[in-house]
Structure formats: C-alpha cells, structure tokens
Design a binder for this molecule. Structure first.
Ligand code: CA2
Length: 144
C-alpha cells in the first residue's frame, strides 16, 4: 500500500480558478488535485486532498494525519495561516511532518500576511509558485 500524503486546504481555496487569477492562478483545486495524484503515483505515494472553510476541520485533519500514519501533510491554511494558534498547536502536537504551502508569496503582499503561525511550526515552506508550489512540496516529501 502506498503511503498517504494529506493535502489540506483552508478557507476560500474552494474558489480557486474562479476569481483573482492574477494572484492565485487559473487552476481549480480539482486541477491541482489531479496534478498531485499523477505525480504521487509516480512517487509511489497517494494524496488525500481536502478543503474546508472551518478552522476546526483543519485541526481535526491534522490529528487524523497522525492517527492514520500519513507520511506528511501539505498544508495551505489560507488566511488561518496568519491567525490560527489552534492550527499552530495542532502542527506542534503531531509527529507527522507538515509542509506549509502557498500559491502566492505572502511576504511580497500586505504586512498582515508576513506573520505565519503555520510556518513557525512547519518543517518548511513552499510559496510563490502558484499551483506548482504544491508539486514542489510533494517532491520535498520524498526527501524528508
Ligand atoms: O497564497 C496562498 O496560497 C494563500 O494561502 C491564499 C490565502 C491567503 O489568505 C494567504 O495569505 C495566502 C487566500 C485564499 C483565497 O483563495 C481565493 C481563491 C480564489 C478567489 C478568491 C480567494
């Protein structure tokens, strides 16, 4: 059985591909899931791609990643990146490595996006490459 990589996406990322393509690109979350599934197969991994607009779901899924023995979590927590101590604590509470992912580069954007509670707890961060950020993060998993 291939090991599973959770790909968790936070608020508003269900809207990807429909609005603000100049910031977030034109790929939908389903498009990204398809790209990751193809690459994961080549890497003998399996991806489980999820999205929620609710902070607690992301916390529950981080716990679940540990419970099922997931190989890693790719986490784009959306705006919760910059606000959520609960998600920070959940990342710290599990042994499963978490890689922070962003489509845009938050450091080139508004000041309030410069702080990341996710990044402070994550193994590493991939940001600024659009949909390819997820792919680069998946490649990093096999090097962990
Ligand atoms: O660049 C990223 O991936 C972000 O995590 C995206 C978040 C933002 O709050 C972070 O600072 C950086 C926002 C996701 C909103 O997604 C939308 C997609 C399409 C249309 C509108 C919003």
């Amino acid at each position: 059985m291939p090991e599973t990589v959770f790909v968790l996406n936070g608020p508003n990322l269900n809207l990807l591909g429909t609005r603000e393509p100049e910031i977030y690109g034109s790929a939908t979350l389903d498009d990204i899931a398809g790209i990751l599934e193809d690459r994961a197969r080549e890497l003998h991994l399996e991806v489980d791609v999820r999205q929620s607009n609710h902070e607690g779901h992301l916390v529950d899924w981080l716990h679940e990643a540990q419970a099922i023995g997931a190989r890693a979590v790719l986490l784009n927590a959306g705006a919760y990146t910059h606000t959520s101590v609960a998600i920070h604590d959940a990342i710290k509470a599990i042994r499963t490595p978490v890689i922070e992912v962003h489509l845009s580069n938050p450091h080139t954007r508004e000041e309030f996006r410069h702080q990341s509670y996710v990044g402070m707890a994550a193994k590493g961060t991939v940001a600024g490459f659009g949909a390819a950020s997820y792919l680069v993060a998946l490649e990093a998993v096999i090097r962990l």
